[in-house]
Design a protein around this ligand. Structure first.
Ligand code: ADP
Length: 481
C-alpha cells in the first residue's frame, strides 16, 4: 500500500490547544491513520502554546507578508504530532482562548486570522514545504472553510479537499466589505460563491467548494440536510448530499479504560463488575448523596445549555425522584440552569446533588460510579459522554438524535431478545418522554440479570478510533485516485 500525504487544517489540536471536540479529533486522527498508510501533517496557527511546545528545532519557510505582518511556516514535532505551524505573531501571538479576547468577545480580526490559515494551507498544497506534497487538504470547521474557496478562485483542481463539520452552529460570518481584504475576487460574492445572507460565509464557502463533506455521525449528516437541523445551510447541504457522509468520532480507549483508570476508586472490567459498587459509594460520598447501594444513581456530565436539554431533565425530575432514584450533576454553563439545579439540590438533599464546574477527574468517577448517564440533548453532532458511559458499564439514557442515535441501541424487546441493546433512547424531545425513559431505566435496573447483560453489551462495543480512521483513509484514497 503506497503512502498518501494529507494535510489536516484545524484551528485547535489536542493536547496543545483545545476548546472542544474538534481538538480531540485533530489530535487523535494522525496516529490512528499512520498504520493505514496515511502520512498526515497538521497545519495549526502559531498560538503561544503551540510555539512553546514546538521548541527550537524547526525548519522555517517564509510566506511573505500576510495581512499586515510577516508570516512563516514552521516545520516541527510536538506531542507526537507532525506539525506545520503558521507563525504570524501579529495574528496569533495572543494568550488565552484561540477565538476570544480577554473581554470574552471574538477577536475583531478573526476574519483575517482564519483567512491567513486557509492561505497557508493552500501554499502548502502548492508545494511550499519541500518534500511534502499533500494529495488531500482536510479542512475542519469554519476556521478552515476558505481552503476550498481559495483553490476554486485560483482555478486549481488539486489538491483535493475535504471539509468536516463538527458543529453546524458555528459558521464564521463576516462583513462583505472584507472581500478584497481577504483576497477574494468581486465575482466570488454571489449565492453560488461565498455570499451567505449578505455576508461572507466561511463555512458556507467550504461546504460549497470542498470535493467532499463529512460530519461526525451518520444521523447528524442526515439531520443537517433538514430545515430543523440545517441552521440555514440545509438547502446547500441537500444539493451536496451525494458528497456528504457521516463518520463517527472515536474515543481514546487508553485514557478511558475502567480497568486502568487512576481517577476512579476501584478498577473493574466486564468480567469483574463487582468493584463498580465501590465507585458508586465513592460518588455518593463525594456528592453528599445517601449511601444507598440500591438506589439507581443517574449522572449528568455536560455543558449546561439549551442544546444539552437540561430543562427537559428539570421537567422529568419528579419522575426520577418518585422512582427513589438519585441524581448527580457535574457541569457548568447557563446561569439560570445552574440556579435551577442548585434549587433542586436544596429541595431534595441526599437525593439530588450538583457540582458546578469543570472537573476532568470527577467526570471519570461519574462514569465509573453512576448506574446510568443522562444525555437528553436537543441536537448532538456526535457526543462523547455516552461513549465513555458504554465503556464504563454506565447505562446511557439518550435522546434519539445525531450521534446519540448512532451509538446507543435502545433496550426494546426486540433488541433485548437479540442481545444487542446497550442503553435507553427517547423521543420526542420533551420532559414526559424523558420521564418515561427514566422509568424504563429503573425497571431494567431492578432486573439484575438484564441489567448485567446490557452492561456487557455496551462494554463490548468498540468505539476506538480504529474504524473511523479506516473510513477517513478510504475517503482520502478515493479522492486521490
Ligand atoms: P460538547 O463537545 O458538545 O460539549 P461532547 O459530549 O462531544 O459535548 O464532549 C464533552 C466533553 O467534555 C466530554 O469529554 C465530557 O466528559 C467533558 N465535560 C463536559 N462537561 C464537563 C465537566 N463539567 N467536567 C468535566 N468534563 C466535562
Amino acid at each position: 500500500m503506497s503512502r498518501l500525504a494529507v494535510l489536516s487544517v484545524a484551528s485547535e489540536i489536542y493536547p496543545l490547544v483545545k476548546t472542544g471536540g474538534l481538538a480531540d479529533v485533530a489530535g487523535a486522527l494522525p496516529a490512528a491513520l499512520e498504520p493505514l498508510g496515511i502520512a498526515m501533517r497538521n497545519l495549526v496557527p502559531g498560538y503561544p502554546a503551540v510555539l512553546n511546545a514546538l521548541g527550537k528545532r524547526v525548519k522555517a519557510h517564509a510566506l511573505g507578508t500576510l495581512f499586515g505582518g510577516e508570516a512563516r511556516l514552521l516545520e516541527g514535532k510536538a506531542a507526537g504530532l507532525d506539525l506545520l505551524v503558521l507563525d504570524a505573531p501579529h495574528l496569533f501571538d495572543r494568550p488565552g482562548n484561540p477565538y476570544l479576547g480577554p473581554d470574552g468577545r471574538d477577536w475583531p480580526d478573526n476574519a483575517l486570522r482564519f483567512a491567513a490559515l486557509a492561505q497557508a494551507a493552500v501554499a502548502v498544497g502548492q508545494g511550499r514545504v519541500p518534500g511534502f506534497e499533500p494529495a488531500v487538504l482536510h479542512a475542519h470547521d469554519w476556521q478552515a472553510g476558505l481552503v476550498p474557496a481559495y483553490l476554486h478562485y485560483a482555478g486549481r483542481k488539486l489538491p483535493k479537499t475535504v471539509i468536516t463539520v463538527h458543529n453546524l452552529a458555528f459558521q464564521g460570518r463576516f462583513p462583505r466589505t472584507l472581500l478584497a481584504t481577504i483576497d477574494l475576487p468581486d465575482r466570488a460574492f454571489t449565492v453560488d460563491g461565498v455570499e451567505y445572507h449578505g455576508d461572507i460565509g466561511y463555512l458556507k464557502a467550504g461546504l460549497l467548494f470542498a470535493d467532499r463533506i463529512t460530519t461526525v455521525s451518520p444521523t447528524y449528516a442526515a439531520e443537517i440536510c433538514t430545515p430543523e437541523g440545517g441552521m440555514g445551510l440545509d438547502g446547500l447541504l441537500r444539493t451536496r448530499s451525494a458528497d456528504l457522509s457521516g463518520i463517527l468520532n472515536g474515543i481514546d480507549d487508553t485514557i478511558w479504560d475502567p480497568a486502568a483508570d487512576a481517577a476512579i476508586a476501584a478498577p473493574f472490567d466486564v468480567a469483574n463488575l463487582a468493584p463498580r459498587s465501590a465507585n458508586k459509594a465513592a460518588l455518593q460520598r463525594r456528592f453528599g448523596l445517601s449511601l444507598d447501594p440500591d438506589a439507581p444513581l443517574f449522572g449528568l456530565v455536560s455543558r449546561l445549555s439549551w442544546q444539552k436539554g437540561i430543562d427537559l431533565l428539570l421537567d422529568a425530575l419528579p419522575a426520577l425522584l418518585a422512582e427513589g432514584a438519585q441524581l448527580a450533576v457535574l457541569g457548568s454553563g447557563d446561569a439560570a440552569l445552574e440556579r435551577a439545579l442548585a434549587g433542586a439540590q436544596a429541595h431534595h438533599p441526599g437525593q439530588v446533588a450538583c457540582h458546578i464546574g469543570y472537573d476532568e477527574a470527577l467526570s471519570h468517577l461519574m462514569q465509573a460510579g453512576a448506574d446510568a448517564l443522562l444525555v437528553p440533548s436537543r441536537f448532538e453532532p456526535c457526543g462523547l459522554t455516552q461513549l465513555y458511559a458504554l465503556r464504563y458499564g454506565c447505562m446511557p439514557v439518550v435522546s434519539r438524535v445525531g450521534g446519540l442515535a448512532d451509538t446507543v441501541i435502545d433496550a426494546n424487546p426486540a433488541a433485548l431478545a437479540a442481545r444487542s441493546a446497550t442503553g435507553v433512547q427517547f423521543l420526542p424531545l420533551t420532559g414526559p418522554a424523558l420521564a418515561l425513559a427514566i422509568r424504563r431505566t429503573v425497571a431494567l435496573y431492578r432486573d439484575r440479570e438484564t441489567w448485567r447483560a446490557l452492561q456487557a453489551n455496551g462494554m463490548g462495543s468498540d468505539f476506538s478510533w480504529r474504524a473511523p480512521a479506516r473510513d477517513y483513509a478510504r475517503l482520502y484514497r478515493e479522492l486521490a485516485a
